[in-house]
Design a protein around this ligand. Structure first.
Ligand SMILES: [Zn+2]
Length: 661
């Protein structure tokens, strides 16, 4: 079969579905998608798998909270995850749900093989158990309280199946030695080797206290526990027991965050070795996006959502930022400020501007047809050289997963083209034959550079590069262009430019950030009064777990969760760069809080001082325009523009700190 393409299989983690994706999940998945597109353009037949991990006690609880049967809850979550990936231009080939029948069968098959080979035995697991939540707390010690409900834990012993991980210390160490690139980046490898050298304990892989899981055949009520279930999804996605038919196993690349490295580089290869199945070729461990140097989490109120960013700046802007901003493998900081700055400088003023001005000049001078270039001058040769070097460097860096460096090289070429246009000044040339020929050379050269950077940037910016490709009137789809054949000089002469489409309109930074934050706040704290405004897919947001349907009644215990108190405004000031926000300090009886309120257009700060207001005091802190807001001032939203009118206590002398109930 001489024409068969080489195969490449890569995966993201199978994400746990008790919540919705934030920028961390988005990061891994965008990287996977870009690698998938890149490998296709390099001639591979690629399968990329992502999916949802739908079992376990946390899903059980989240479903209960949402008032749904588990199967319905996870189905909704899977739809929501898929919808978001679609919006971000991520086209996974396989989306595994761990509740899929084919996956269930694969897990049971893998278990059977491990058991037949003597690596599974029945034993007893002793741990700290919360009888109210029906769950073991894995990190707890005897005498600890439950981290969820605060009640005392009990030491309980249950019958479990164990996996003989201890038998794999030597095989794993041998494997790492024989496959030095299995764990990447290099720095992560030593951490794992010393962990394995320290000795491996057998692993409990089933539970009897969990109901929502894959049953161990003939051994009910045993269900598989977390990793034996979730990791196996990588294999189920490409055929499970019939993996040989599809020919995508072993996996070429697992992309994982640094918190799950051990499961992927120790447990997973050991499970596969025990079942006598091929082990994946590589696990690539990446860092995290941090907010003010802290890991993002919902409870800290510093979670960044992808959808508001994509809505405001376009999905390509989000994709570009996460791949350009941090070195793959290391941690990096996330800030809206850096995001919008990059958007304006690299996308609006960079790629977007180069495309639109080149097209406009070809339109004006050559009737929108790519002109035939005349003889080249040394400055033209210099640009040709830069571009040819860019092809080499951008591909080499991408191949090594140095995505930021690859994009840096591409954008250096864009900057070189801008400089070239500025110094050659085609707009200053006249209509004489010599000048027209010079103009043709300059514009053809610029358009050719633009074509090349468009091809190179396509894996990261699939949407906007497709638009530039159309604009340049190029044949076929840019996605189908073969990177190995990319050379200077392939831009066809005489073709008509396609329709110009808006690429990256410049945005005003503070306004853009304000709008992103407003959309994010709405997604995190959906307003129950405005259900019609929410797009259909957003109704399955994490809010689905907590917020009742609009007409549904809530119990008094739900209302009691919201702690509202009378507060008195002590100071009020405007926030530079945010025309809707006021920064307030509010006395709530027990303490003075800093709270941001979106009332700046309707209330003078000076006139608010001393005013008594209703404050939600147990809202998770969040940042608005970089200013921490610790609570919420209650206001009516009036009229179509949503004018805020503060709730207050004009007739009574209420005590500061009094609770509203
Ligand atoms: Zn508990």
């Amino acid at each position: 079969m001489p024409n068969e393409k080489p195969k490449f299989y890569l995966t993201t983690p199978i994400y746990y579905t008790n919540g919705l994706p934030h920028i961390g999940h988005t990061y891994t998945t965008v990287v996977a998608d870009a690698i998938r597109r890149y490998k296709r353009m390099r001639g591979y037949e690629v399968v990329m798998t992502t999916g949802t991990d739908e079992h376990g006690v946390n899903v059980e609880r989240a479903a209960q909270k949402a008032g749904l049967p588990e199967s319905e809850f996870v189905a909704k979550m899977a739809i929501a995850w898929k919808a978001l990936w679609d919006e971000l231009g991520i086209s996974a080939d396989e989306f595994v749900r761990t509740t899929d029948l084919s996956h269930v069968r694969t897990v049971q098959w893998l278990f059977k093989r491990c058991k037949e080979n003597g690596y599974v035995y029945k034993g007893h697991y002793t741990g700290q158990y919360c009888i109210y939540d029906n769950a073991f707390v894995s990190e707890a010690k005897p005498g600890d309280n439950c981290p969820d409900c605060g009640r005392p834990l009990e030491t309980i012993t249950e019958e479990n199946y164990f996996f003989k991980l201890s038998a794999f210390q030597k095989p794993l160490l041998d494997f790492y030695k024989k496959n030095p690139s299995f764990i990447q980046p290099e720095t992560r490898k030593n951490e794992i080797i010393s962990f394995v050298e320290g000795g491996l304990k057998d692993l409990s892989i089933t539970r009897t206290a969990i109901r929502w899981g894959i049953p161990v055949p003939g051994e009910e009520p045993h269900v598989f526990y977390v990793w034996f279930d979730a990791l196996t999804a990588y294999l189920s996605a490409v055929g499970g027991p019939d993996y040989e038919k599809r020919g995508f196993w072993p996996c070429d690349l697992h992309l994982v965050g640094k918190d799950i490295i051990r499961f992927h580089t120790v447990y997973w290869p050991a499970f596969l070795m025990a079942a006598m199945l091929p082990v994946p070729k590589q696990v690539w461990v990446h860092g995290w996006f941090l907010m003010d140097a802290a890991k993002m989490s919902k409870s800290k109120g510093n979670v960044i959502l992808p959808r508001p960013i994509a809505n405001m700046l376009g999905m390509d802007a989000l994709r570009y930022f996460v791949m350009r901003e941090i070195v793959f493998g290391q941690d990096g900081n996330f800030s809206y400020d850096a995001l919008v700055t990059r958007y304006n400088s690299d996308l609006a003023n960079g790629l977007g501007n180069l495309a639109s001005r080149t097209a406009a000049m070809i339109e004006k001078n050559f009737g929108g047809k790519i002109p035939k270039p005349g003889p080249r001058l040394p400055q033209d040769d210099a640009l040709v050289k830069v571009t040819s070097e860019t092809i080499e460097e951008a591909l080499e860096k991408f191949e090594n997963f140095e995505f930021a460096r690859s994009l840096e090289a591409i954008w250096a070429a864009i900057a070189a083209a801008d400089k070239y246009l500025t110094s050659e000044q085609p707009w200053a040339l006249d209509d004489s034959e010599a000048d027209t020929q010079r103009k043709a050379t300059i514009l053809w050269t610029t358009a050719e550079l633009l074509r090349i950077v468009t091809v190179l940037a396509h894996p990261v910016l699939p949407d906007s590069t497709a638009k530039v490709w159309t604009l340049l009137g190029q044949p076929g789809r840019v996605a189908a262009f073969e990177l190995d054949g990319l050379r200077w000089g392939q831009l066809a002469i005489g073709v008509q430019l396609g329709k110009a489409q808006a690429l990256f309109p410049r945005v005003e930074k503070s306004e853009a950030i304000e709008r992103i934050e407003a959309m994010a706040n709405e997604e995190l704290n959906p307003a129950p009064a405005a259900p019609a405004a929410a797009p259909a897919h957003a109704t399955t947001a994490s809010g689905a777990a907590a917020a009742p349907a609009p007409n549904e009644k809530i119990g008094i215990e739900d209302f009691a969760k919201v702690e509202m108190r009378v507060g008195q405004i002590k100071t009020a000031e405007r926030i530079v760069g945010a025309d809707k926000l006021l920064k307030l300090t509010v006395d709530i009886g027990t303490e003075i809080r800093q709270i941001c309120a979106g009332i700046a257009q309707y209330y003078e700060p000076e006139k608010l001082i001393g005013r008594k207001v209703a404050v939600v005091v147990n809202l998770a802190p969040r940042k608005l325009r970089g200013v921490e807001s610790n609570g919420m001032i209650v206001a009516a939203s009036v009229g179509p523009e949503g004018r805020p009118v503060l709730a207050g206590f004009p007739d009574e002398d209420v005590e500061i700190g009094a609770r509203l109930k």
